[in-house]
Design a protein around this ligand. Structure first.
Ligand code: SAM
Ligand code: SF4
Length: 326
């Protein structure tokens, strides 16, 4: 549907758990409190919300978390969401740790694309950043995805003085493998507010200096706000998601559903619309759908015009990213 600022909102990011197998320092450091399991939506409840969303024009879904693959039955959820009439695409963002194991089931379920997060190519540094020595497993997941038929992207978040020296090697994954590497600017949300990121202008300039032949790639690579560039001869492209330094709010097409059933129209603000009470209040199926659609309509219509990451005092989102889903 079209929101009050004329944007077509057709994309829902769904966090299916706040649990994770890693402890990335800017997202979910050690010791964070977990949501009680009873408060997490069941797969049936998620499907009910998606059905309501479809009626309002949602056609594309991203499954995220926490780490979606730590929740049992994730491929079954994907299969069932793919079967909802009107859903055209279901993709996933994962840390890659369990990807090699689950890839056959995910492909069989009809997953359309996978984004794998990777901030370093150095095993010791991986453990420093993520709190776990699981670099080898993630690389195996990346290789398995790249070797399969699935559209694959790498998501990289740079932290000043931690992994800035890896811009070239990380980008180089797009030379070795048929995948896109996307640099996502650190957003001042949750623990990200305490971590200094790197602007994508700096990333672009570093790449351009080393690869003067880097040129714009205007072909469509997905549903998101990334801008792409290509180096002749490389198998994949380089993407830039400049969430902080390049405001792309005027073309934002998404809403987010948290694992507890809250709709978040914009990452920057704490405002939510809670769908869980509707799911659990004992409405009959028809009334429940009507109520869900009503709340969703209102949340989408009133989606804020733009984020305010440049103005820390105005940011009202206090949740950590692992709860929101990135
Ligand atoms: N566990 C999965 C993963 O790591 O891909 C999915 C959830 S994770 C929250 C989704 C993405 O959000 C990851 O690529 C992560 O690097 C990114 N992320 C987390 N906190 C962030 C922040 N403050 N700013 C920008 N990206 C962030
Ligand atoms: Fe887990 Fe992904 Fe957050 Fe890392 S970025 S802690 S892998 S949810």
């Amino acid at each position: 549907m079209i929101d009050q600022y004329g944007r077509n909102i057709d994309y829902m990011r769904i966090s299916i758990t706040d649990r994770c197998s890693l402890r990335c320092r800017y997202c979910m450091p050690e010791g964070v409190e977990l949501v009680p399991m009873k408060d997490i939506l069941s797969y049936e409840e998620i499907a009910e919300i998606v059905s309501a969303g479809v009626k309002l024009g949602i056609t594309k879904l991203k499954i995220t978390g926490g780490e979606p693959l730590v929740r049992r039955g994730c491929p079954d959820l994907i299969r069932s969401l793919k079967q909802i009439p009107g859903i055209e695409q279901v993709t996933m963002t994962t840390n890659g740790v369990l990807l090699e194991h689950y890839l056959p089931a995910l492909l069989d379920a009809g997953l359309d694309a996978v984004n794998i997060s990777l901030d370093t190519l150095n095993r010791e540094r991986f453990e420093q950043i993520t709190g776990r020595d699981l670099f080898v497993e993630v690389m195996q997941g990346i290789k398995a995805a790249a070797d399969s038929s699935i559209r694959t992207k790498i998501n990289t978040v740079l932290q000043k003085d931690i992994n800035t020296d890896e811009i070239l090697p990380l980008a180089g994954l797009a030379e070795t493998y048929p995948l896109d590497v996307r640099f996502i600017e650190m957003m001042p949300i949750g623990f990200g507010a305490e971590t200094e990121g790197v602007s994508n202008t700096e990333v672009f300039n570093t790449l351009k200096e080393h690869y003067p032949q880097l040129s714009d790639d205007s072909s469509v690579h997905g549903n998101g706000p990334a801008v792409y560039a290509h180096i002749p001869g490389w198998k994949g492209s380089i993407g830039f998601i400049s969430a902080v330094h390049g405001k792309f709010c005027s073309s934002c097409n998404r809403i987010r559903l948290s694992a507890q059933g809250q709709i978040k129209p914009c990452l920057c603000y704490g405002d939510i619309a809670d769908l869980r009470p509707v799911l659990r209040q004992g409405y009959n199926a028809e009334d429940k759908q009507e109520k869900l659609q009503e709340i969703l309509y209102d949340a989408i219509f009133h989606k804020p015009q733009e984020h305010c990451f440049e103005n820390f005092e105005k940011i009202t989102e206090k949740n950590r990213m692992v709860k929101i889903g990135g």
